[in-house]
Design a protein around this ligand. Structure first.
Ligand SMILES: [Zn+2]
Length: 232
């Protein structure tokens, strides 16, 4: 039997990346999970990422620190309030303050470096273009452009030892579709963390930030119960 191909999977600890990792596993990849500690205020997600990696039988889980809070500019890394209780139309109205400048480019770049080092041609990322209004680094054309960059920016790409592929299997799925897909693959969503503004004591989700609302609506639309604890 040939060895399992390696996949570098960006694992935030959230629902989308957990589902993405499960899809990669179902396609026969050995999971090399990568989390980025970027100074996010919802740091509980990093512990969640470790739990998810373990539950999916990842070959390894690394956490790399790239402190984007040094520059700030986002409600997730700076002294900017996380919006609460916004309506669906408000959420659809432009790029929110929870946008982290260049975050996916930073994360994919670290993933690319790790992939080149371990000899993985395949990088998996749980970006989604449907439920979020306007994160520019969650669009299909962004993923296509980064894949091109990956192959021209690396030694392995230039020498032809690896042909990098960026997999974004959730990009055109609704949140409900993502949850159904993950549930069918046995993802344990009780291990995941989504909230941007969790209780600092125990990490319980607020239920009112954009991320919580999209998650709750996704479970409702999928006809499933969300197994995590909400404090509000
Ligand atoms: Zn929340």
């Amino acid at each position: 039997m040939p060895p399992q191909p390696k996949a570098v999977v960006l694992l935030s600890g959230g629902l989308d990346s957990a589902t993405t990792a499960a899809i990669a596993r179902s396609q026969g990849y050995a999971l090399h999970a990568l989390s980025i500690d970027y100074g996010q205020r919802h740091r509980f997600e990093l512990a969640a990422a470790g739990r998810v990696a373990q539950s999916l039988g990842a070959a390894e889980h690394r956490t790399v620190r790239v402190d984007l809070a040094e520059m700030g500019g986002s409600a997730l890394t700076d002294a900017i309030p996380v919006p609460q209780g916004r309506s669906a139309s408000e959420m659809a109205g432009g790029i929110p303050v929870t946008y982290v400048p260049a975050r996916n480019t930073v994360m994919l770049s670290v993933a690319l470096g790790m992939a080149e080092v371990i000899g993985a041609a395949d990088i998996w990322v749980g970006v989604n273009a449907v439920d979020y209004s306007g994160y520019p680094d969650c669009r299909p054309e962004y993923i296509t452009a980064f894949e091109r960059l990956a192959n021209l920016a690396t030694k392995a790409g230039v020498e032809g030892t690896l042909k990098f592929r960026i997999h974004a299997p959730l990009i055109d799925l609704t949140k409900a579709d993502i949850i159904r897909r993950g549930a069918a693959l046995g993802v344990d969503y009780s291990l995941t963390h989504t909230c941007y503004s969790p209780n600092p004591e125990d990490g319980a989700a607020c239920g009112a930030c954009d991320a919580c609302q999209l998650r709750l609506q996704g479970f409702a639309d999928a006809g499933l119960a969300d197994p995590i604890h909400y404090f509000a």
